[in-house]
Design a protein around this ligand. Structure first.
Ligand code: SAH
Ligand code: MG
Length: 233
């Protein structure tokens, strides 16, 4: 008699669910508003055939599911950088600590298992390349032009500046820089993402597009395009 197969009939990535999977996104832990997620998805869909995309700060995969779904539609790739040991405010005893992210064997936070599960359930294993490293370590020898960089990592000024400095030079002309958690006044939230947003805007390299909630959107000017206020002599 033939024994019953333990292998499921269908792998999750054969579901060919093209759009972002809203139900999966709703049950994935994270810190991203739905409108912000849909903006990530739309911009990634627009630009990711130019080259691979990269996010800094995946946590349990909420933003990755939006960015990854759009990359999959364009046969592009998303590099997802996170050391997976959490930001300052996510540590035990801090305001955003989630006990389910704590690994007793390591004696510290580890969001990688939950992140990996989201990639499998979202059918993104052939699209997303997880990079289990600090942003600055991943950037050290990076040499590939990127069509999109999404910064959503640590919120200290040093962390945000490091992310900006490490990755901004890799954004291809015509590509996007997206920055999460921008609060224009300090009563609403920390100012580090806002600080790097202002640096990028002042660099003259980007067109500043309308924000979606706390998501800042900057487009690297294509070669041969000029800012509206460029002096005419
Ligand atoms: N994008 C996620 C939320 C990210 S929370 C969502 O949609 O829900 C911030 C993440 O940044 C955490 O997972 C933390 O581990 C990661 N992080 C913080 N500092 C980092 C650094 N220097 N390098 C890599 N990842 C970092
Ligand atoms: Mg964020």
């Amino acid at each position: 008699m033939k024994s019953k197969s333990l292998i499921p009939n269908k792998r999750p990535d054969e579901n060919s669910n093209k759009r972002p999977d809203e139900k999966l996104i709703d049950r994935t832990k994270g810190f991203l508003d739905k409108e912000e997620g849909l903006r990530l998805y739309q911009i990634t869909l627009e630009v990711s055939s130019l080259g691979p995309c990269l996010e800094i700060g995946s946590y349990c995969g909420k933003s990755t599911l939006y960015l990854g779904a759009a990359c999959r539609e364009n046969n592009s790739t998303l590099f997802a950088v996170d050391h997976h040991s959490g930001s300052e405010e996510q540590q035990p005893g801090e305001g955003y600590f989630d006990p389910e992210t704590y690994d007793i064997r390591q004696g510290r936070m580890d969001t990688y298992p939950l992140f990996r599960k989201a990639l499998i359930d979202g059918g993104l294993e052939d699209t997303v390349v997880p990079i289990l490293a600090k942003s600055e370590v991943a950037a050290r020898h990076w040499a590939t032009p990127l069509s999109l960089v999404f910064i959503d990592g640590g919120h200290t000024f040093k962390a945000a500046y490091t992310d900006y400095n490490s990755w901004v030079g890799h954004i291809a002309p015509g590509g996007y820089l997206l920055i999460h958690d921008i609060f224009k006044n300090s009563e609403e939230g920390g100012q580090a993402p806002h600080y790097i947003y202002k640096l990028a805007a002042a660099s003259g390299l980007f067109q500043v597009l309308p924000m979606t909630k706390t998501l800042g959107v900057l487009k690297r000017r294509p070669c041969g395009e000029f800012p509206d206020d460029l002096p005419v002599i």
